[in-house]
Design a protein around this ligand. Structure first.
Ligand code: DGT
Ligand code: CA
Ligand code: CA
Ligand code: ZN
Length: 579
């Protein structure tokens, strides 16, 4: 909780400093602290009390003092002072895709625009397009960004929803009288964004149910109660500075499975199930499956499916994308599981913009039982991310080869996340790429270019014999930056032709490729790689988000490269290089 709030505060301080035109290195150091704190699983208060925070790399004296100040007083004076220097509506402008701190600074300095409404007006009068460095194209992009933002408000990322759900579950576990708690709705389906969090509680009948709802709506994390009845409570709860809508429903034990089925949805999936029930002259609702008055299933979710003549459908698949038909015909895929993953192939160390060194990744990978990892720092054109020069990369490769001989039971691959340049060429010469075991090609600039441009650029990157996979193919950041307008059918076709894999970036901001694109890729025989893009050891813990996305794309273990043994993975990579 404190970690998330601190992260937001440090990020905002960096934003405001950037708008105020302060030194870039100072700004970056604030951003780094923000990310570091955001990634620590342990509460900073605990680390602080144990004296451990002071020893963490990347947290300097002044940051430490600010964190202490926050823990003691609940605020940071420097943060308040910074905010006082700009109009209150300005930070919100930073959420607009296509508008960074520099742009906000220009619009504020020269047009005196201080909030979204004024910005919209300034775009309409042509004032924004008239600013030097802006023009019609950029103004149009900002207008699209505002529309995008307005459309996406209300939905939150899955990591935020999970955190809220965990908080409520922990609380409910301490309330006596109930036996089981389960998350339902889009969160149980691991949808890429979540409208509201649905939680089911079983085992508390009558008065006890009311007590559960009362306790929930009176919890200290509740900001606002939206509705409260005998079996259901809805509230906005506070999670790391954002408000999350949570519905808690109390259901009878004998209906728990039926309720789980009903409230997990999706609505469209439920409609299909009800059609099947009706055909079989049965009635299906949130209380159970009924034949006349008699309940024939209800307590156990699996039974609802079985009594309808269906195989159990994993929640990841319940989107009415053919899963009901497939379950009827016993041809549902055996979905990939987190335990199938044998390694993480997208990791950034302190050599570029990460926070830890190779050894920390190795230790974490060993604790996860991985067979291999691949170090993939940024390449030279990613200047802001401190991308490696050819010389530094060559040094890192030597360092990795040496380290690899000392680590038992695990392989450390030398890789790189290489920028795809504007013309589709790679940021390093082929001779250097040939030294690497695994190459991720990523587009990090010019993402708002035309469909033709971004597609051609990506296809060309795949033509390079050393490119193993395309990283975060569409470049989207959920709620923040729109995906590139890629012609996905062409990209997938070319990936198949060139023996290039496509990444599922597991970071919950990205989930890129997304589920439906994963499914297209799989159907075309294209292999997927799930990488966390971790910038710290804790970041490796994000793998589950990628695995869920793959599952939502109907992926089995065989569709994902980093489920292969080390030898098989090496062989797969070799095929493209030896053509
Ligand atoms: P969200 O919250 O927008 O991310 O998506 P869901 O799927 O969590 O939707 P939500 O919270 O409105 O409702 C939870 C589930 O309850 C939904 O997936 C299916 C079920 N449900 C709610 N309303 C209806 C309805 O009118 N008909 C049917 N068949 N199911 C419903
Ligand atoms: Ca929901
Ligand atoms: Ca709901
Ligand atoms: Zn990247």
């Amino acid at each position: 909780m404190t970690n998330k709030l601190l992260r937001a505060i440090f990020d905002q301080m960096a934003d405001v400093m950037e708008i105020l035109g302060e030194d870039r290195f100072r700004v970056n150091s604030y951003r780094k602290v923000a990310r570091l704190i955001g990634d620590i699983p342990t509460d900073v208060e605990i680390l602080l009390a144990a004296g451990k925070l002071a020893k963490m790399a990347g947290i300097g004296k002044s940051s430490l003092a600010k964190i202490e100040e926050f823990v003691k007083t609940g605020e940071i004076i420097a943060h308040r002072d910074l905010l006082a220097k700009i109009p209150p509506g300005l930070p919100e402008l930073l959420n607009i895709p296509g508008l960074g701190p520099k742009g906000v600074k220009a619009i504020y300095d020269r047009l005196k625009v201080t909030n979204v409404a004024e910005l919209k007006a300034a775009i309409e009068t042509g004032a924004v397009a008239g600013l030097s460095g802006f023009g019609d194209k950029k103004a149009a992009a900002i207008a699209r960004g505002i529309a995008f933002l307005e459309k996406s408000t209300g939905r939150i990322r899955i990591d935020q929803a999970l955190e809220a759900a965990e908080k409520v579950r922990r609380f409910l576990r301490d309330v006596s009288g109930m036996l089981r708690i389960r998350t339902a709705g889009s969160l149980r389906r691991w949808a890429e964004t979540i409208g509201d969090v649905d939680i089911l509680v079983a085992g508390a009948g009558g008065e006890a149910a009311e007590k559960v709802v009362e306790a929930f709506t009176a919890a200290d994390f509740v900001r606002e109660v939206i509705a409260s009845g005998p079996t259901k409570g809805s509230a906005m709860i506070d999670t790391g500075g954002i408000g999350v809508h949570v519905d808690v429903r109390v259901v009878p034990e004998e209906s728990f499975g039926a309720a789980a089925q009903y409230f997990t949805g999706s609505k469209e999936h439920n409609v299909r199930l009800r059609e099947i029930a009706v055909k079989a002259k049965l009635k299906l609702n949130e209380y159970g499956l009924f034949k006349g008055e008699k309940m024939i299933a209800g307590a156990v979710e699996e039974e609802i499916y079985h009594k309808l003549g269906l195989d159990y459908v994993d929640p990841l698949l319940r989107e009415d994308r053919g899963e009901v038909q497939a379950s009827k015909e016993h041809r549902l895929p055996e979905l990939i599981q987190l335990g199938d993953i044998k390694g993480d192939l997208h990791l950034h160390t302190i050599a570029s913009d990460g926070d830890c060194d190779i050894c920390e990744f190795v230790e974490t990978a060993q604790s996860l039982g991985y067979k291999y990892i691949c170090i993939t720092d940024h390449s030279k054109s990613s200047v802001i991310a401190n991308g490696l020069s050819a010389k530094r990369l060559a040094q890192q490769i030597r360092q990795i080869r040496k380290l690899d001989t000392t680590v038992k039971g695990m392989t450390i691959f030398a890789g790189c996340e290489v920028d795809v340049l504007a013309d589709g060429k790679m940021d390093f010469e082929d001779e250097l790429l040939a030294e690497l075991d695994f190459v991720i090609a990523s587009v990090h600039s010019g993402m708002s270019s035309s469909r033709e441009k971004v597609t051609t650029r990506t296809l060309k990157a795949m033509d390079n014999p050393y490119v193993t996979c395309i990283g975060h193919p569409t470049g989207r950041l959920l709620g923040q930056r729109e995906a590139m307008d890629l012609d996905m059918a062409k990209v997938i076709e070319h990936a198949a032709e060139t023996h290039t894999a496509l990444e599922i970036n597991a970071n919950p901001w990205r989930l890129d490729l997304k589920d439906t694109h994963c499914r297209m890729a799989i159907e075309a025989g294209v292999k997927l790689v799930i990488g966390t893009d971790a910038h710290s050891a804790n970041g490796m813990g994000l793998m589950g988000f990628g695995v869920a996305t793959a599952g939502r794309g109907w992926a089995t273990r065989a569709d994902v490269l980093n489920t292969l043994s080390t030898a098989k993975l090496k062989n797969w990579i070799k095929i493209k290089r030896s053509r």
